[in-house]
Design a protein around this ligand. Sequence first.
Ligand SMILES: Nc1nc2c(ncn2[C@@H]2O[C@H](COP(=O)(O)OP(=O)(O)OP(=O)(O)O)[C@@H](O)[C@H]2O)c(=O)[nH]1
Length: 615
Amino acid sequence: MPTPIKQFPRLVLALFCILALALYLLWQALLNAEQEQARARLQLEADALAHQIQTRFEQQAATLVRLAERWPQHRESRDLWTANAAQLLRDDDNLQAIEWLDASFRMRWIEPLRGNEAAIGLTYKPTHPNYPFLLAARDSGQPRLSNSFELVQGGLGLAYYIPLHRISGDVRRFDGFLLGIFRVEVLINDLLSELRAADRSLRFEENGKALYRAESDDQAAPWSVSSPVTLADNSNFVLVMRPTDQLLASTTTQLPLMVVISGALAALLLCISLMLAGRGAQRSQQLARSNHQLQAEIKRRQETEETLQHNQARLKLIHDMTDHSHDALFILGLEPLEVVYLNRTCWQSLGYSEAELREILRIAPNDIMPGAITWLKELSSMIHSQGDAIYQKRVTRRDGQTRPLEVSVRHLRRLGRDYLICVGRDNSEQLQLAARLQQLSHQDGLTGLFNRRYFDKTLISEWRRLRREQTPLGLLMLDVDHFKHFNDELGHQAGDDALQQVATALNSCLMREGDCVCRYGGEEFAVILPGAGASQCLQVAERIHNAIAKLNIRHPHTTVEHGRLTVSIGAASLIPQPQWSPHDLVHQADTALYQAKSGGRNRSQLSKPEESQPR
Ligand SMILES: Nc1nc2c(ncn2[C@@H]2O[C@H](COP(=O)(O)OP(=O)(O)OP(=O)(O)O)[C@@H](O)[C@H]2O)c(=O)[nH]1
């Protein structure tokens, strides 16, 4: 929805239109007032002129009436009447003729006769247009003026009928009419001669028909005024006046135009002022809005700054906490590879300052972590797997010591860049513990030799390895002779001690790397000899017999030879074949051991050739 300020130009435009309309109406009202004033003035003039026409006609009619009043004398002396009539005709140009009608309405006398001869003897019939006027004049005894009619001589005429009476004794006799014929044009010209003016158009009408026109070509006004004219009781005449431009110009003023122009200028100034005020208001509103936005922006920035400070404080706290962490935390940015962050533990644990460590990592990372360059390439590929990984690495301290480092790596993508979050931990203790556990899980508790589980695993792995190399795998199965009697006679603890001494002796007999002695179970031992053929197996067995003999452990049982503890050994050697298994080797050595026992004990027995075949 538009604001009132935005609608302001439309409101001002609407106001201007209203003012323009009001000015137009005012202008029209003023023009109408002027026109009414001009009309009233013209009406006054028309009324005055009509009155003057009537007065002038009455004056002329009065001369005829006075002539008619002398009818008794004139009736007797026609010459005198003729002379008086002629005099009257000379005085009044508008009189065409003076006539006498007798009581029977017959034309009896005309002055001047010349030109009017045709009228002598004319009798007015009831059908004559002027007949009603004759009757009216006769019956009323008052003069009457006829309507206009065509004169024999041409033009229009008016007949003024004055009834004539004569007193004869006591009798008043009607002797007809003194008839004055007026030429309309001359009569009206004469009547209007003093009043004609260039600035008026005149028309003298009889029953709507123009008898006389004095009209100017300059007739701008569409209106006219009329005033009735009554001549000798004939009220069929009307004087019509129409103003000319000149008259209108004289009666109208520039006031309406001036008022309109002044008003228009005032309205224009008012609207311009309002528009300027509106603009000002709009600008101040915009300014207020801008200020408001600015305030909001300032507030937002303050909030952002506070958040930033808060985040910085948190970041510093996190920084401090990570610096005090036992774990080394470092963040790598990829493409290009760069160290984004190192916590204090990283460089302190290695004996460097942060700048020194960064410089070494930049130019020779392998000096810190062997194989670091290859490892970093491997890490870079982690962005495709998107997975986490844990690596076991070693790092070299400034003093040259190397320490194990377990590095947990997580890939993150932020702001269009890949990062690796790496947490490193010196896990030497765990490694040692694991190694110890591993060792314990493979060690026999009594003798410290490898146990049966280790034997099984090692025999299988060596079997597979030597099968690939097609190299013989030798095995000695060894059992203490008459050990039951030993225990029975000397006690179980003495038996344990003897077993420990035997184990030590067995270990001392192994010369080659990869050879290992395991406690197979109870008083039985197994010696794995990778790469040893039959003769080599027997050599080792011989060394074992000698070593056991050197122990010189007294055996209490009477049937034992020399009264010393001895062992029997079964030896076997095979080049591993796909169709054989490690159990075949164990079985052969075991069988040979059984044979050694059967053969009298304290001896070695090599697996016989037929026993070298797989089962
Ligand atoms: N003290 C002790 N004795 C053990 C241990 N393991 C097995 N023995 C004993 O070893 C003896 C083995 O006896 P036998 O299997 O009958 O065999 P032998 O008496 O050695 O006779 P030959 O093997 O035929 O010579 C048993 O009496 C077991 O109790 C051990 O860890 N300590």
